[in-house]
Design a protein around this ligand. Structure first.
Ligand SMILES: NC(=O)C1=CN([C@@H]2O[C@H](COP(=O)(O)OP(=O)(O)OC[C@H]3O[C@@H](n4cnc5c(N)ncnc54)[C@H](OP(=O)(O)O)[C@@H]3O)[C@@H](O)[C@H]2O)C=CC1
Ligand SMILES: [Mg+2]
Length: 339
C-alpha cells in the first residue's frame, strides 16, 4: 500500500512530502530511532519489551504446543521492576530490535534482566526463561529469527563493554546499535558461513558432525575466511570437507543463525561433475558424509522429530533452518526434472 508520509528530516530538508510504501517508511523510522536518542527513549515508552535472563528468552506456551516470547509494555515492566525492588535504570540497558509490522510500527526492544532473580521474574511475567537451542525450534511464526536477533544484540553488548584498543569502558547509543570509545565505533558483528547442498545431478550430499544429535544430517557448512569471496569459501569448504571440486553453484537465500553465536548463513546449491563423485571425507571435521537418492531424502523429510532410541532414523534440520530449505528446493528440482 502506498501512502503519503511526511518526512521531516534535518538531513534532507527538501523531503517534505513524498509517496513511499509502509515498508520504506518503517525502515526510515527504524533508522531514525538508531540515530536519535530522544526519539528512541519515547519509542521505548510506547513500545514492547522482550526479556532475557543471561541470554535465555522469556517464553510461554502456545495452544499448538509451540512457544511465543512474552512481551511487556514499558508501564508493566516498570511496575514489575518496582515490585522486585529493582532500579528503573535497568531499562537503559534495553536494545532496539525492530518495529512491529502488525502493530502500527510499535518499537520492539529486548532487555537482559540477568541481575534479577529469574524465578521471581518468571512469576511476575507468566513465562519461563528457556535455553535458546530449545526456544529457537519451538518458537512459532516469525518469532524465532526475531528472538535470535534480540539475543545476538544482547550478547554483543555484553562482549563489547570494553574497548579492545584502550581497555576503557565503551559507551552505547540509546538504541544499542553501536558502542564507542573516543574515535572508535564498534558495530554488532556476524560471522559469514557458507552452507551448500552439493548435487551430482541425481543425488545430494549430506553430512553429520560428531556434535549433531543422533540421526541428524545436514548440508555442508563452514565459516568464510577473511578476504574470501562467497565462491572461494564455497569451493574451499567442499574441497576441505569431502575432497570434491565444485563446477558451478547458485545462491538460494540467507539467514541469521544464532548458533554458536551470530552466524550469517549464505545458502547455495552446488554441482559436481557426475564422473568425479568419490568422497574423501575429513574425519576430523565430519562423522559421516554420504550421497543420498531422492527416495531417501523424501523419506527423511517425513520425519518430524528425532525418535529417541532410534539413531538409525535419518532426519533433517527443522523448517526454520536454511539447510531444510535447500533440501526441499533440491527435491522440487529433481521432481521437476523427472516430470
Ligand atoms: N542454519 C542451518 O541450516 C545450519 C547451520 N549450521 C551452522 O553453520 C556453522 C558453521 O558450520 P561448521 O561446519 O561448524 O563450520 P566449519 O566447517 O568452518 O568448522 C567449524 C570450525 O571452524 C573454526 N572457525 C573458524 N572461524 C570461526 C568462527 N568465526 N566462529 C566459530 N568457529 C570458527 C572453529 O575451529 P576451532 O574450534 O578449532 O577454532 C570451528 O570449530 C555452525 O555454527 C552451525 O551452527 C550448520 C548446518 C546447518
Ligand atoms: Mg563444516
Amino acid at each position: 500500500m502506498i501512502r503519503c508520509v511526511s518526512l521531516l528530516s534535518t538531513r534532507h530538508p527538501s523531503l517534505f512530502c513524498c509517496h513511499i510504501s509502509d515498508f520504506a517508511s518503517r525502515m526510515r523510522l527504524l533508522n531514525r530511532l538508531k540515530e536519535d536518542d530522544e526519539a528512541c527513549v519515547s519509542a521505548l515508552q510506547s513500545g514492547s519489551i522482550f526479556l532475557f535472563h543471561l541470554l535465555r528468552p522469556l517464553v510461554c506456551p502456545t495452544e499448538g504446543g509451540g512457544l511465543t516470547p512474552v512481551r511487556l509494555s514499558w508501564t508493566s515492566l516498570t511496575s514489575v521492576l518496582q515490585r522486585l525492588s529493582s532500579d528503573r535504570s535497568l531499562l537503559n540497558e534495553s536494545v532496539l530490535i525492530g518495529l512491529s509490522e502488525q502493530n502500527q510500527n510499535q518499537a520492539q526492544f529486548c532487555l537482559d534482566v540477568g541481575v534479577l532473580d529469574p524465578v521471581a521474574v518468571e512469576a511476575e511475567c507468566d513465562g519461563t526463561f528457556v535455553d535458546m537451542r530449545k526456544a529457537f525450534f519451538l518458537l512459532t511464526g516469525s518469532a524465532a529469527p526475531f528472538v535470535a536477533k534480540g539475543q545476538a544484540l544482547l550478547r554483543w553488548h555484553q562482549e563489547t563493554k570494553f574497548c579492545s584498543s584502550s581497555g576503557r569502558p565503551t559507551q552505547r547509543n540509546r538504541a544499542g546499535s553501536l558502542r564507542v570509545c573516543g574515535s572508535i565505533t564498534y558495530y554488532p558483528k556476524m560471522s559469514p558461513v557458507v552452507i551448500v547442498l552439493v548435487s551430482d545431478g541425481k543425488r545430494c550430499l549430506l553430512s553429520r558432525q560428531m556434535s549433531f544429535p543422533p540421526g541428524l544430517y545436514s548440508a555442508l557448512a563452514g565459516f568464510c575466511d577473511m578476504g574470501e569471496s562467497l565462491e572461494e569459501s564455497l569451493r574451499r569448504e567442499v574441497a576441505e570437507e569431502v575432497g570434491l571440486e565444485v563446477c558451478r553453484f547458485s545462491f538460494s537465500g540467507s539467514q541469521h543463525w544464532p548458533f554458536p553465536q551470530s552466524s550469517f548463513m549464505i545458502g547455495c546449491h552446488a554441482h559436481v561433475n557426475p564422473a568425479h563423485t568419490e568422497l574423501s571425507v575429513d574425519w576430523s571435521e565430519l562423522e559421516d558424509a554420504r550421497w543420498f537418492s531422492l527416495e531417501e531424502i523424501d523419506h527423511a523429510l517425513q520425519v518430524q522429530h528425532p525418535i529417541r532410541g532410534e539413531p538409525q532414523v535419518m532426519w533433517f534440520p527443522p523448517k526454520h533452518a536454511i539447510a531444510h530449505r535447500l533440501i526441499r528446493e533440491w527435491v522440487e528440482l529433481q521432481r521437476a526434472q523427472s516430470s
